[in-house]
Design a protein. Structure first.
Length: 475
C-alpha cells in the first residue's frame, strides 16, 4: 500500500474515532435534552399555579368549579402558534391537585377523577414529603414516544402544606422536534465526513509530495539526467534530500575521476608512443629531411594531446554543470552566420557550397558561447565528411515551443555499427579526406550543451546519401 494511502486512511480513522462518540452521544441523548428543556418550565408553572391556588385558599375564594370552567375555555381555544417547524393548535397541559392524603381534589381533564388515590405516584408522594416530585410515565408502555412528564409543587396555605399541584405535559411534540433535528445532525455529519475525506486527501498529498519529488529526483539521477535537487520544504526531508545530493556528488565524483583517468590514459597512450618512438629514432644519425619529418610527427602528436586535454577540460566543465550560469536571448541566426563565416577558409579549400535558410530574427534563451561551440562542432563535422565540391544545407526553424537547427551534408552518413556510439566519448570515424580520426569529443560536447539547454541532438542518415544533424532547443 502506498504511503499516501496509508496516511489518508490513518488520518480518516483518527477523525472518525474522535468525532464518532460526540455525534453518537448527541444523537442518542437528543430526546433527553429536549425533555430536560420541557421539565424546566414545568417546574415554574407548577410553583406559580400552586402559589395562586394557595393564596385563593387562604382567602377562602378558591373554587374548583371555576377552575374547571377556566380550563375548559382554555382547552377549547384554537392556537395558530408556529414554533419553528412545529404548528401548535391547542393547549396540552394537564393540571391536577391532591390533598395531604394524596387523593385527587381537582383534575383539569377529568372531573370524575376526583377522589382517586395518587399517593403512590412519585410526583405526589415526594412533594408531600417536602422533596422535589416529578415523574415520566408512558401512556403506552411499549411506546417511548407516549411519555408524559409530571412535575409537582406543594400547595401552601397559611404556612402549611395542604396538598400538591401537578402540571403534566406530553412529550409528543418532542418527536416533531427530533424529526426535524435528526436530519440536520445527519447532514452536518455528512458534511463533516466529506470535509474529513477532502482534508485527509490534502494532508496526504502535502506530506507525500516532497517524497514523490525526491523519488523522481533519484530516478532521474539513475537515468543520467542533469537535474537539480527539488524543493522539499523545511521538514526533515530537506535534510534527507541534501544528504542524497552530497552522496550523489561524492559517488559521481569518484566514478567521474576513475572513468576520465582510464579514458585519458587510453587516448594519450598512442600519441605518447609515437612521440617516444620518434624521439628515440632522432638519437641516431639521420638526414635533415628525415629528422624534420620526425619533428613534424612529434609536433602533430603533441598538438593532438593538447587538443584532447583542452576538449576534455571543457567537456568535464560542462558535465559538472547542473544549470546554465547565465541565460540570455541569443540571436541564433546571427550566431550561425558568424560561425559559417569563420569556417570560410575550410569551405573554400574543399570548394563547398553552404546554403543557409533562416528567419531574420530567431532568438533562443541560453548561453551564447556554448551554443556557438555546439553549432561549430556540427558544421565542422559536416565539412569534414562532405566530399569536395559538395553542398551543406543549414536550416533554422522556430515555432512557439522550440527552435530546430539542422545541418545536412552529402557525406557517407553514419555506418550501422556506429549508430549507438556516435555520442560516446573518444568515439570517432575516419575522415574521408585524410583517413584520420578526431578527438571523439565533439558530438559528446554537443550532447552536453543540448542537455544544459533542456534540448536534444539527433543524427540520422538522409535518403540517398548524407547525414542530417538536428539540434532542438526550447524557446
Amino acid at each position: 500500500m502506498r504511503l499516501g494511502t496509508r496516511i489518508f486512511i490513518a488520518y480518516f480513522l483518527i477523525f472518525a474515532v474522535c468525532f464518532y462518540y460526540p455525534f453518537d452521544l448527541i444523537a442518542r441523548d437528543l430526546r433527553t435534552r429536549y425533555v430536560e428543556a420541557i421539565e424546566d418550565p414545568l417546574v415554574d408553572q407548577a410553583n406559580i399555579l400552586a402559589g395562586i391556588v394557595g393564596m385563593e385558599m387562604e382567602r377562602n375564594r378558591f373554587s374548583a368549579e371555576d377552575l374547571h370552567t377556566a380550563f375548559e375555555h382554555v382547552y377549547g381555544r384554537s392556537l395558530p402558534a408556529r414554533i419553528y417547524d412545529l404548528v401548535k393548535t391547542q393547549v396540552d397541559i394537564r393540571v391536577y391537585m391532591t390533598d395531604m392524603s394524596g387523593k385527587i381534589t381537582f383534575d383539569s381533564t377529568n372531573r370524575w377523577n376526583t377522589g382517586a388515590d395518587y399517593s403512590a405516584w412519585r410526583d405526589v408522594r415526594l412533594t408531600l414529603q417536602g422533596k422535589y416530585g416529578a415523574r415520566a410515565t408512558r401512556l403506552n408502555p411499549k411506546e417511548p414516544a407516549t411519555v408524559v412528564l409530571h412535575v409537582a409543587a406543594p400547595i401552601i396555605v397559611n404556612g402549611q402544606t395542604t396538598g400538591a399541584l401537578t402540571v403534566a405535559k406530553p412529550t409528543t411534540n418532542v418527536n416533531s422536534f427530533l424529526k426535524t433535528a435528526r436530519p440536520r445532525i445527519i447532514k452536518i455529519g455528512a458534511v463533516a465526513l466529506s470535509a474529513t475525506i477532502f482534508l485527509s486527501l490534502i494532508v496526504s498529498y502535502v506530506i507525500t509530495r516532497p517524497i514523490r519529488r525526491l523519488t523522481q529526483y533519484a530516478v532521474d539521477v539513475r537515468e543520467g539526467k542533469r537535474v537539480q535537487l527539488p524543493e522539499l520544504g523545511r521538514s526533515e526531508l530537506r535534510g534527507l534530500g541534501a544528504a542524497f545530493e552530497m552522496m550523489r556528488e561524492a559517488l559521481e565524483g569518484r566514478k567521474y575521476v576513475e572513468r576520465y583517468v582510464q579514458t585519458l590514459t587510453h587516448e594519450i597512450k598512442a600519441p605518447l608512443s609515437a612521440i617516444r618512438g620518434a624521439a628515440e629514432l632522432m638519437e641516431e644519425e639521420m638526414s635533415p629531411d628525415v629528422r624534420a619529418r620526425f619533428l613534424s610527427n612529434i609536433r602533430t602528436e603533441a598538438n593532438r594531446i593538447q587538443r584532447l586535454v583542452d576538449r576534455m577540460l571543457r567537456l568535464s566543465e560542462l558535465e559538472n554543470k547542473k544549470f546554465l550560469d547565465r541565460v540570455e536571448l541569443v540571436p541564433f541566426s546571427v550566431l550561425i552566420r558568424t560561425t559559417v563565416e569563420e569556417k570560410e577558409p575550410l569551405l573554400s579549400q574543399k570548394h563547398l557550397q553552404v546554403q543557409i535558410g533562416t528567419e531574420d530574427d530567431v532568438r533562443v534563451p541560453g548561453d551564447s558561447f556554448l551554443l556557438r561551440q555546439a553549432a561549430s562542432n556540427l558544421i565542422q563535422n559536416a565539412i569534414d565528411f562532405s566530399p569536395a565540391h559538395g553542398r551543406i544545407d543549414i536550416t533554422i526553424q522556430a515555432d512557439a515551443k522550440a527552435l530546430c537547427f539542422t545541418v545536412e551534408d552529402e557525406g557517407p552518413g553514419i555506418p550501422e555499427y556506429a549508430r549507438e556510439k556516435v555520442f560516446d566519448k573518444f568515439f570517432s570515424l575516419q575522415r574521408p579526406d585524410t583517413g584520420k580520426k578526431s578527438t571523439g569529443l565533439g558530438l559528446n560536447l554537443v550532447k552536453e550543451v543540448a542537455a544544459l539547454h533542456h534540448g536534444d541532438i539527433r543524427l540520422e542518415n538522409r535518403e540517398g546519401k548524407g547525414l542530417r544533424a538536428t539540434l532542438r532547443l526550447p524557446v
